[in-house]
Design a protein around this ligand. Structure first.
Ligand code: ATP
Ligand code: MG
Length: 253
């Protein structure tokens, strides 16, 4: 019988295979397997030090894995011959803070990768930047420096900047944990909007409420291993593993 070719849509956007990461004798990721399908939103939960940021940093090639592989749309990005800058250009990243360059206008921040990495014509980058700033209601701030914006506005700019060149995958690491509670909502609303537009997202957050109603899947990490994963209604509301239950009761109460 002929073997049917796998349609492209079925290739996971991200595929971590038995990923091991050590810092000296501290093994932080212990043979981690994780596939993320196109348009899927996966939230990483786990105690401090469980390896969430390390996983995100390995995916973005800020750290090199010690063993295993990471595939981006089927391409092995952990192959030593892979071109790190070209791969990073396909991934959007937002961290907890220090996302925007303080000496550049908001618009220049948003268009930076488009202009420098993707070499778009200035007019095209400018138009895309203004479109994105308009979408988050900040087009009037395009020519201000970032320090004239609130923390929540800065994070929303960082998010649209990460989206400017339509990355295959968006990595978000605790993007609301440095914000005042009132600003958290506006940033999470934007993430939800982006999800609805079809982005593929891997994010670490402690916002359980957000994970419950926006994640397609919740992945619970402990000591660099996935101990439990599934739809949020299952993992958050009816966790099976003792360590998941303990973690959730600690952050929910
Ligand atoms: N550059 C580094 N050098 C040495 N050890 C590191 C480095 N980065 C992370 N680690 C260690 O790796 C482990 C996992 O850290 P990581 O930042 O991935 O945890 P996390 O799950 O993101 O925690 P948090 O919820 O606090 O953000 C910790 O023990 C940490 O000390
Ligand atoms: Mg972290």
């Amino acid at each position: 019988m002929p073997i049917e070719p796998i349609p492209h849509a079925q290739v996971p956007v991200l595929s971590a295979r038995r990923v091991v990461k050590r810092f000296g004798d501290n093994t932080v990721l212990r043979g981690l397997d994780l596939d993320i399908a196109a348009h899927e939103v996966v939230v990483l939960l786990g105690a401090s030090g469980s390896g969430k940021s390390t996983l995100l940093r390995c995916v973005n090639l800020l750290e090199r894995v010690d063993d295993g592989q990471i595939l981006l749309s089927g391409e092995d990005i952990t192959d030593p011959a892979a071109h790190a800058d070209a791969i990073r250009a396909r991934i959007g990243v937002v961290f907890q803070h220090y996302n925007l360059f303080p000496h550049m206008s908001v618009l220049d921040n948003v268009t930076l990768a488009a202009r420098i990495v993707h070499r778009w014509e200035p007019e095209r980058a400018q138009a895309r930047g203004m479109e994105l700033l308009g979408r988050i209601g900040l087009d009037a701030k395009a020519h201000e420096y970032p320090d004239r914006l609130s923390g929540g506005q800065q994070q929303r700019v960082a998010i649209v900047r990460a989206l400017a060149t339509n990355p295959e995958l968006l990595l978000l690491d605790e993007i609301t944990s440095a914000l005042d509670p009132v600003l958290v909502g506006e940033v999470l609303d934007l993430v939800r909007e982006i999800k609805d537009q079809g982005s593929t997202i891997l994010m670490a957050t402690h916002e359980i409420g957000f994970a419950r109603n926006a994640a397609d899947r919740v992945v619970f990490l402990e000591h660099g291993r996935i101990v439990e994963q599934g739809p949020p209604g299952q993992v958050i509301d009816a966790p099976v593993e003792a360590s998941t239950r303990e973690f959730l009761s600690r952050i929910l109460h």
